[in-house]
Ligand binder design. Structure first.
Ligand SMILES: N[C@@H](CCC(=O)N[C@@H](CS)C(=O)NCC(=O)O)C(=O)O
Length: 209
């Protein structure tokens, strides 16, 4: 069976949510933090990152946006990887979330990769939080422009990734209360059966009340 490698707290949750929403025949292999740097997993994904999707023939697909495209094209009936408006808007949203928002977390998750001294690391992190605050403004505005319920106006994989990004806010000085629509989106997601199933499969709890 196709297997999705995940780890608690990571962006792999978005792919796990997609599997739940699609009811796709994909086994979730949830690793403990640290297992992603062990030889066994590195032989599957030499990048040492999650998510990774391993097919029956041993072939492996990495990169969250590509995995979502594959899941949508293989098991979905609309949206991503389909020749429809929602599909190209999903591609646009997921590219932004991956290459701009997620990437801007670099200094937060690994400040030592950006500066040597502790004070320089603090400075780099401060700048990253400023950039991130701007990104969350945009995410909140996009959500509101599309009616405030779902990121693209109807439920899509963009909501799964947005949910992950909103969860990460509590690790930063940025306040979720400053983005009421994002907060309501998080609560809407946590009322969803597929999201709850995916959270449980990754040993994670809902964050809202
Ligand atoms: N560009 C990759 C990024 C994947 C990524 O950074 N995954 C993080 C979790 S969100 C990870 O595995 N981090 C572990 C590490 O870097 O040690 C994608 O979009 O899938």
């Amino acid at each position: 069976m196709t297997r999705l490698y995940t780890m608690p707290g990571t962006c792999s949750l978005a792919a796990n949510i997609a599997v739940a929403w699609l009811d796709a025949p994909v086994e979730i292999a949830n690793m403990e933090y640290g297992d992603h740097k062990k030889d066994e997993y590195l032989s599957i994904n030499p990048k040492g990152k999650v998510p990774a999707l391993q097919f029956d023939d041993g072939d492996v697909l990495t990169e969250l946006a590509a995995i979502l495209a594959y899941l949508g094209a293989t098991y979905g009936t609309q949206g991503y990887a389909r020749d429809e408006r929602l599909g190209y808007r999903e591609a646009e949203a997921l590219s932004f979330m991956t290459s701009e928002v997620h990437a801007s977390y670099g200094p937060h998750f690994a400040a030592q990769a950006f500066a040597e001294s502790e004070s320089a690391q603090e400075e780099v992190k401060k700048k990253a939080y400023e950039t991130l605050a701007g990104h969350y403004e945009r995410l909140n505005a996009n959500l509101e422009e599309n009616g405030g319920q779902w990121y693209l106006g109807e439920k899509s994989f963009a909501d799964a990734f947005l949910y992950v990004l909103v969860r990460w806010l509590d690790q930063t000085p940025i306040k979720l209360d400053d983005y009421p629509s994002l907060k309501a989106h998080r609560d809407r997601m946590e009322a969803d059966d597929g999201v709850r199933k995916a959270l449980a499969r990754q040993d994670m709890e809902p964050q809202g009340s």
